[in-house]
Design a protein around this ligand. Structure first.
Ligand code: FAD
Length: 427
């Protein structure tokens, strides 16, 4: 009997538990440890933040389905991973021993790196967690009663830019519906070197398309931006030139702001020797396996991947759903291989596929492989993306409720755009 422990029950962790159940032997034990008792579908948080969804619409309690699949569930946070002891210490002091560990904790949100950033001690909202989206929604309801300037974007070191673009467009669409868009000057502030860079050095003509969409919607932008500090109603931004030198200082008044933070690794692994890089992201080889602690694997946003290119203001590379899905499948097969005494052989497909909602329309991008030059570099927009995103949400939530393991991207998204078979060699 092998005991496989998964930390995290999010977009990576919960499918990981289901796929591991399918891949493991009947006698193997699987345990999921999660600090959140419920799963929530992170990509729908921006909709919760404008009351287009209720929290309950995008959350599920996984305890029943996990029990049915004979997977143990511990809804308690992990305090520390102890690789030397093959154990995870929980917040309540218990220690859970493992034969194989999968770390799927997502990121720690580094709000503390910019004074005044974030919904806890700062002055900006967030959509990274459903709790934040709920807080943001309350602020939005107050805002629309007495509107003013809006600032949306992503600070220095951020890697997940898509949701910032989505949220700016969703706010624009919501304001237009309310017929108060004319009272709201909007500015997009980003560490990216240009609009549509997305942490991926652009995808197709993402620059042209996104700039045009922003012009069309009267959203101004500041790129190469480092947010120096945020006060109540005022953001201090330093714009840089292409060489990273200070170019101009901006003082941006706002009545509502949502800024995505930089990510780092969670405290439970931060600083664990051989396990993580200096930012706390889990080091993995091409089999999702930690090179030092060989019975530890990792999937999702918490893995270490290098930036696609150096930018004047630091940016990171996004880890999106398709990539995460393929990391999960590879990990399940590789752990089974080790259980059977074989070497891991499965690798993830490091491709970026994303649907970004713009409220009533949307944009889809496919970057294969993620690092240019690429075999496929495709970016398109249209109303169909908005509808596809709703379909994707429903499909993913259904899959999580039922505990099934069919690959959503391979089956739905990639097939829909006719590229299911295009993979990297070895992928
Ligand atoms: P998460 O889904 O965040 O899950 C992390 C899990 O770990 C949670 O269950 C959490 O409770 C648990 N956890 C954390 N710390 C601990 C601990 N110490 N102990 C125990 N449990 C812990 N990608 C796309 O492809 N398409 C999209 O449309 C898209 N939209 C996005 C929108 C937003 C607002 C954001 C922030 C990201 C989006 N992404 C999107 C990127 C990515 O797919 C998501 O961030 C995704 O949620 C990452 O999955 P994950 O499993 O790594 O982390």
């Amino acid at each position: 009997m092998a005991h496989i422990v998964i930390i995290g029950a999010g977009i990576g962790g919960l499918p990981m538990a289901y796929e591991m159940r399918d891949a493991a032997r009947a006698e193997d034990r699987i345990t999921v440890i999660s600090k959140d008792a419920k799963f929530h579908f992170v990509p729908s948080n921006p909709w919760v933040a404008v009351n287009w969804r209720q929290r309950a619409d995008i959350e599920i309690d996984p305890s029943e389905v996990l029990a049915r699949k004979q997977i143990d569930f511990i809804p308690t946070g992990a305090r520390r991973v102890h690789p030397q002891e093959n154990a995870v210490e929980l917040e309540d002091g218990r220690k859970i021993e493992y034969d194989y560990l999968v770390i799927a904790t997502g990121p720690k949100l580094a709000f503390d790196e910019v004074p005044g950033l974030g919904p806890h001690d700062g002055f900006t909202q967030s959509v990274c967690h459903v709790d934040h989206a709920v807080t943001s929604e309350r602020a939005w309801q107050d805002f629309v009663k007495d509107p003013g300037p809006v600032v949306v974007g992503a600070v220095q070191g951020a890697s997940c830019f898509g949701p910032a673009y989505e949220f700016a467009m969703i706010l624009d669409a919501d304001l237009r519906k309310r017929k108060i868009r004319d009272r709201v000057p909007m500015t997009f502030v980003t560490s990216e070197p240009y609009i549509g860079h997305l942490g991926l050095a652009g995808v197709g003509d993402s620059k042209g398309i996104m700039e045009s969409a922003y012009r069309d919607r009267h959203i101004k932008w500041i790129c190469n931006a480092r947010v120096e500090r945020i006060e109540d109603g005022m953001m201090h931004v330093i714009e840089h030139d292409d060489e990273g030198k200070e170019k101009r200082r901006h003082e941006l008044p706002f009545k509502f702001s949502m800024m995505l933070p930089a990510f780092k690794g969670v405290d439970a692994v931060f600083g664990v020797e051989g396990l993580v890089n200096p930012r706390g992201f889990v080091l993995i080889d091409k089999y999702q396996r930690n090179p030092t602690h060989r019975n530890i694997f990792s999937v999702g946003v918490c893995v270490a991947i290098p930036p696609v290119e150096a930018t004047p203001v630091p940016t990171g590379t996004p880890k999106t759903g398709y990539m995460i899905e393929s990391m999960v499948t590879a990990t399940a097969h590789n752990i089974r291989a080790l259980i059977d005494g074989r070497e891991p052989a499965e690798t993830a497909t490091w491709n970026a596929v994303c649907l970004a909602d713009f409220g009533d329309t949307g944009a889809a991008f496919v970057a294969i492989p993620q690092i240019p030059p690429r075999n496929m570099n495709w970016f398109a927009q249209g109303k169909w993306v908005h509808l596809a995103k709703i379909g994707f949400e429903k499909y993913f939530l259904r899959k999580m409720r039922k505990g099934t393991t069919e690959p959503v991207y391979e089956k739905v998204v990639m097939n829909a755009i006719g590229i299911a078979k295009l993979k990297q060699p070895g992928g």
